[in-house]
Design a protein around this ligand. Sequence first.
Ligand code: MTE
Ligand code: MO
Length: 256
Amino acid sequence: MTTNKFNRRTFLLRAFTSGSLLLLAGCERLSRSEWFPKVLDSAEKLTQATQHLIAPRQAMAQEFTEADLSPQFRSNGTSNPENPQYQALAANSFADYRLQVGGLVARPTAFSLTGLRSLPSRTQITRHDCVEGWSAIGKWKGTPLSVVLARVQPKPEARYVVFYCADPMDGQGTRYYESIDMDDAHHPQTILAYELNDQPLPVANGAPVRVRIERQLGYKMAKYIMGIRLVDSFANIGGGKGGYWEDQGYEWYAGI
Ligand SMILES: Nc1nc2c(c(=O)[nH]1)N[C@H]1C(S)=C(S)[C@@H](COP(=O)(O)O)O[C@H]1N2
Ligand SMILES: [Mo]
């Protein structure tokens, strides 16, 4: 049984990576054979690597060069959270900051800024597109979210990653928050950024940590991240739509 599954998986991996016309012919023939539908049934059991190969969502966002950098990366939305706890952390250069990662994970962990910086990092020069109609190219450095997830070990039922931010959005205790699914969470360009243009992330752009999700619009890229939770639903979080702007009517999936 196990050997059988392995063979099918190996076959599919080869088929999907071969990129040949023979494959198409093969698929047509296979679809009429008896066991092919069974393979499709077990599609969810395919390795994540295989899914990435076949899912266009996993394509990389364009990356640019230093020559393309915008002279200045503007700030939008909150530029300095009116939150006493945040202000106290900022006053001490975020030495006491702890990124709390919990929810549906086997090992809830609090990461200091030094701790995050000591993990493997990724640097990328990308274009940020805001729905309000402006773009800017910036150079971001940070910890791939996949690295952090590997540390905390998401449980199988985890479906979304929710980012909880420091900035109050009204007088009622509503704070900015956002969420993405596990595909975006594992995308190589999804990073917890702590540097912008070779400098520690400025407060105006989300210090000490903000997320970059390069295939989505600007409002997905939560700034001032204080906590991350893995959940199986966001029905009971905020207005239940998966983000502050989503609760006001924006699309949850803001792919570009
Ligand atoms: N916590 C928080 N994150 C946020 C926002 C915000 O107001 N608060 N604004 C969003 C929007 S609409 C955009 S376009 C970008 C702006 O990022 P920037 O300030 O680095 O330009 O952050 C996004 N993330
Ligand atoms: Mo935006």
